[in-house]
Design a protein around this ligand. Structure first.
Ligand code: CAA
Length: 258
């Protein structure tokens, strides 16, 4: 299927989704948000996809929500359309792992989209920021909540109140991104990480994602119980038998997602 604002390739069990509005530094307009939700849902339901990678261009992962589209909107427009609510909810429902491969600007909604993915691999050129305050608004796609959980209150406040950008080195130092790679090898490195994930049991990868995400939703005690129950349930899978047998037999496991 062809999209107006995205380029989507599915190969070797990886769905590579490239944000593609170069004329606006991949600003997230309503068309792109709708297409992104549709593609993510389709990838989640597609047996030929075991991991999803979202990326942008060399200059910009995404420079935020589309300011031209938002400029004249009223409260009623934003509230009625549930601006950013659709994608925010949709991405939470995706059960397969999603990697954000970020080069250049990831600002406002762009930073928030990256943070809504399961982890971020950043090019050394990446710049993260929540500059909404400069526009007379605040973050609307999770920035105040996710950035605070990732980097702590002080740095999150600094980012949201001053609107300054963070470079890739700072983002790695404070735990916003999992690793920084040279810009020219960003896609290669993201695809390598995705390939590693495709080689695991999908059931186990989904359970790991579910368990980690639960840590953001609950108390430690409840989270530990949730993890333990999920861990116990893994013993009902054939892939647990295969994974452990393969280890003991010193061979590569042949997972069957069962
Ligand atoms: N929305 C719409 N268009 C945008 C855009 C955005 N967020 N960001 C960039 N563009 C457009 C520019 O208007 C420009 O278009 P024209 O050539 O037609 O004028 C084109 O992309 C190239 O941008 P610049 O000329 O500005 O490029 P630059 O290299 O000089 O600067 C930049 C790059 C620093 C990223 C700058 O474009 C910028 O500050 N962009 C806005 C960043 C921002 O404020 N993002 C937050 C948006 S609000 C939000 O995201 C709310 C939320 O939480 C959901």
């Amino acid at each position: 299927m062809a999209y107006e604002t995205l380029i989507v390739e599915i190969e070797d069990y990886i769905a590579l989704i490239k944000l593609n509005r170069p004329e606006a530094l991949n600003a997230l307009n309503s068309k792109m948000l709708g297409e992104l939700a549709t593609v993510l849902q389709a990838a989640d339901a597609n047996d030929k996809v075991r991991c999803i990678v979202i990326t942008g261009s060399e200059k910009a992962f995404a420079a935020g929500a589309d300011i031209k589209e938002m400029a004249e909107q009223s409260f009623v427009d934003a509230y009625t359309a549930n601006l950013f609510g659709g994608i925010s909810d949709a991405i939470l429902e995706i059960r397969k792992p999603i990697i954000a491969a970020v080069s250049g600007y990831a600002l406002g909604g762009g930073c928030e989209l990256a943070m809504a993915c399961d982890f971020i691999i950043a090019a050394d050129t990446a710049k993260f920021g929540q500059p909404e305050i400069n526009l007379g608004v605040i973050a609307g796609f999770g920035g105040s909540q996710r950035l605070t959980r990732f980097v702590g209150k002080s740095k999150s406040m600094d980012m949201h109140l001053t609107g300054r950008n963070m470079d890739a080195a700072e983002a790695e130092r404070c735990g916003l991104v999992s690793r920084v790679v040279p810009a020219k090898s960003l896609i290669e490195e993201a695809m390598k990480a995705a390939t590693k994930i495709t080689e695991k049991s999908l059931i186990t990868a989904m359970a790991a994602k579910e368990a980690v995400n639960r840590s953001y939703e609950t108390t430690l005690r409840e989270g530990l119980l949730f993890e333990r129950r999920l861990f116990h349930s893994m013993f009902a899978t054939e892939d647990q038998k295969e994974g452990m047998a393969a280890f003991l037999e010193k061979r590569t496991p042949q997972f069957r997602d069962r």
